[in-house]
Design a binder for this molecule. Structure first.
Ligand code: IMP
Length: 177
């Protein structure tokens, strides 16, 4: 059984929808300030795998808005905590190009194995209003086609999301060994 190190219940619920058997480990780790999700995830895994000698995965994700040159990107957690979805909608006032994507970087490790990295993205756009109360974080303002992820059931999000793509890639790799 894999331990997923996260404090985020929403992430864990999605991951369990993909892996089935999964244990949540809410132990916390250092999230460095870096330019890429990959660096944050790899650094986090070094700390986690030295503490947990079991099969373990962690994930770093972010929202990248084209018209804002990829902001909030690696700052997504801080921006969500501070200005939130209302702040994002304000920043996007009057902006015609609404394109954005979510990116997920998953790192998996087990004793004796070089950490393995898997990535996924989902393309969408920032809506003009927050809609729905499903999911978490930026889901209500991130739209795929005509629906926000806040209006999208977890089973459907797990067919299209950045997290589903990265975690299914890990699952396939695990199954192919
Ligand atoms: P982290 O991967 O936990 O560092 O996530 C960074 C920020 O992006 C947090 O504020 C999350 O709430 C948000 N976030 C990550 N994944 C998703 C998602 O699937 N939907 C909406 N927000 C997300």
């Amino acid at each position: 059984m894999i331990s997923f190190v996260t404090s985020n219940k929403g992430k864990f619920a999605e991951a369990r929808g993909i892996f089935g058997d999964l244990e949540q480990k809410d132990i916390g780790y250092t999230e460095i300030q870096a330019d890429t999700l990959e660096e944050v995830a790899i650094f986090g895994m070094k700390e986690v795998s030295s503490r947990l000698q079991v099969p373990v995965m962690l994930e770093d994700a972010g929202l990248f808005i084209e018209a804002l040159q990829g902001f909030p990107g690696v700052y997504s957690a801080y921006v969500q905590k501070t200005i939130g979805n209302d702040g994002i909608l304000r920043l996007m006032e009057g902006v015609v190009d609404r394109r954005a994507f979510f990116k997920s970087v998953v790192v998996y490790a087990e004793p004796g194995l070089e950490p393995q990295m898997f990535k996924g993205i989902v393309q969408g756009r920032i809506g003009y209003e927050a809609r729905g109360s499903l999911g978490f974080g930026y889901d209500p303002v991130f739209y795929v086609d005509e629906r926000s992820l806040g209006e999208t059931e977890i089973e459907e999000k797990n067919r299209i999301s950045h997290r589903a793509a990265s975690m299914l890639a890990l699952k396939e790799w695990l199954d192919s060994r």
